[in-house]
Structures are given as C-alpha cells and as structure tokens.
Design a protein around this ligand. Sequence first.
Ligand code: AHM
Length: 338
Amino acid sequence: MNQSRKLMTLDEFTIQELRNFPQATGELSGLLRSIGLACKRINAEVNRAGLVDILGALGTENVQGEEVQKLDDFANKALIDLLNHSIYCAGVGSEENDDIVVFDDPISNNSKYVLLMDPLDGSGNIDVNVSIGTIFSIFKRISPLGQPVTLDDFLQPGHRMVAAGYVIYGSSTMLVYATRRGVNGFTLDPSVGEFCLSHPNMKCPPHGRFYSANYGNFGKYSPGVQAYLKRCETKTTAEGGPYTERYIGSMVADIHRNLIKGGIFMYPGTTDRPQGKLRLLYECNPLAFIVHLAGGIATNGSIPILDIKPVTLHQRMPLFIGSCGMMDELMQCIRAEG
Ligand code: AHM
C-alpha cells in the first residue's frame, strides 16, 4: 500500500463539494457531518456490544410490533439527540418512533431538511455478531420555512430525495453516501476516528453472480419470483459461471455486497404478507436511491420504488433491487409468470 497517499476525510470531501456550489449554504454538508458523528458513536457501541450490557432486547415493542433491541434504542436516541442539537434538520421520521419527531425551535424551524432513518437495520442479527447498518434519507421540506415541519414533509416520493446513505458496521465500518452527483464510500479509520474516502464514484456492475432472497419463503412467492429463483439455480451468469445464493438477512450487508460485486436482492410480497416486510420510507427508498445513482434498478415488482407516493410513515413495500441486467431478467420472469 502506498503510505504517502492522502486519504480525503468525509469533512474534506463535503467541503470540496461545497466549493463546486458557491450558492450552497452548507446545511446538507452539516447534516451529513452530524449523521457521521452519530454513526461513529453507534459504531463504538456496536463494537463494545459483547462487553457491556447492551446486547439483547429492551423489553418493549416498536410500532411494528417487533421487539426493540437495546442497541436499536441507543442508535435511535444517538441520532435524534445529535440532530436535535444541530442546526441542520427540522425533524426526523424513524422506524423506531410511532410519529415524526419535530424539532420545534426557532433555528430548526428554519432548516430546509428532514431526515428519515432506520437507526439499526438487521437488529435481529445483533446477538450473533453479524453486520448491521444505519440507513437514512434526506428530503427538502415542502412546508414553509419558519414553521414546524409536518407529516407531508416526510411522505414525499423517493424521486424527490436530496441524498441518502447507509453505514455498515461490518469487518470495517463504512459510510456510503449518495447525492445526484454520485455515490461515494468512506471507510472509518479507527486510528484517527474519521471516515475516509475509500470507494469514490461507486458503480453497480450491470451483471453479477449473487442473488439474495429468503428461501424459507419460497413457497409463498409469486410464480414470477419463483421462476426467477429457479432460473438462477439452473442458468449461468452473463459471464458464464454459476449464480451464487447469498442471504445474510441484514439488507445493508446484502445490498452493499451486491452493489460492489454485482447482484440482486429481493424481499418480495408473500401470500400471507403481500406487502413484504421492508419499510418503504426507511429501507426501500434510501437503498433504491443509492443503487439507482450507482446505475442499478429498484422496483416493487411493477413500478420503480422511487416513483411510489407514500401513504403512511411505516408502510411496507416489496423490494427487488440490484444490477440492471439481472433486474431485467427478473422483470421478464415476473411479466411472463405473474
Ligand atoms: P429489521 O428492521 O427488524 O432489522 O428487519 C429488516 C431486516 C433486513 O435487514 C433483512 O433483509 C430482513 O429483515 C430479513 O428478514 P427475514 O429474516 O424475514 O429474511
């Protein structure tokens, strides 16, 4: 490794981006910095999770009726507290809160942006040391400045998103951040505590060999989805080799791998859960934005995820997302088989 190579930190990167936009106020960069700081705190807790009494369930249920893990709760509070004390965000919608959290003070009411987040995705994996992640998306409010934000500011279709990202707490900790200018990945350097640009201008390969689905649900998938999965079992990839099934059950990790190596991830509707499991606002939308900006595709099986107008904060949506060539093949199967 070339030791003299200068790694650009997340702060340096956002400042450099600002230089290209003299009219920018710096609010979005400030918001990203706050998210980065909160995620460093979450990372520290995730890394210590086996050592302190923070593993396991808190004993309460979130609005989805799922058990809240202690780390989920910590991550949710860390992000909301930090954003509340910053001056860059007018309110937050979180998977862990029933309603939006409005930062109703004179400075926050003049912030342009609202944030939606899944503070700790894949939390069912916390106890077993599998990679988990924080997912977020940023929208410009549609309500007038100077007032508290309203629910409508959060229920905007994904194509209006300004930025989105995720942090994966894995073998290394990485922040992947997308704006309309592209997708960039920053790896946390623990020696200096900074996210450093390690994956500039990320592109999702058009083809890949990984397909990720929960096979336990196979019998409950639609004929089109079953046909595609059978196709992956029997046909060869665009490069000629076999497809490989990889499903971690932690979508940030599954999608991160497929984004870098090429692949497809799906959480389809099932006969007993036609809308699937994943939340449109906290999981599908931000990952769809990132993958789309990297050249991939994300749909609910019939329309692009980013075109869906949300109806409620916590609504669920089937998700098919990944390399454009593989997504085309999937859509052919869905069209042919239903
Ligand atoms: P969570 O928000 O409770 O963590 O659930 C979301 C996770 C995704 O990360 C993952 O892809 C999916 O649930 C796995 O679900 P399943 O175990 O049903 O395959």
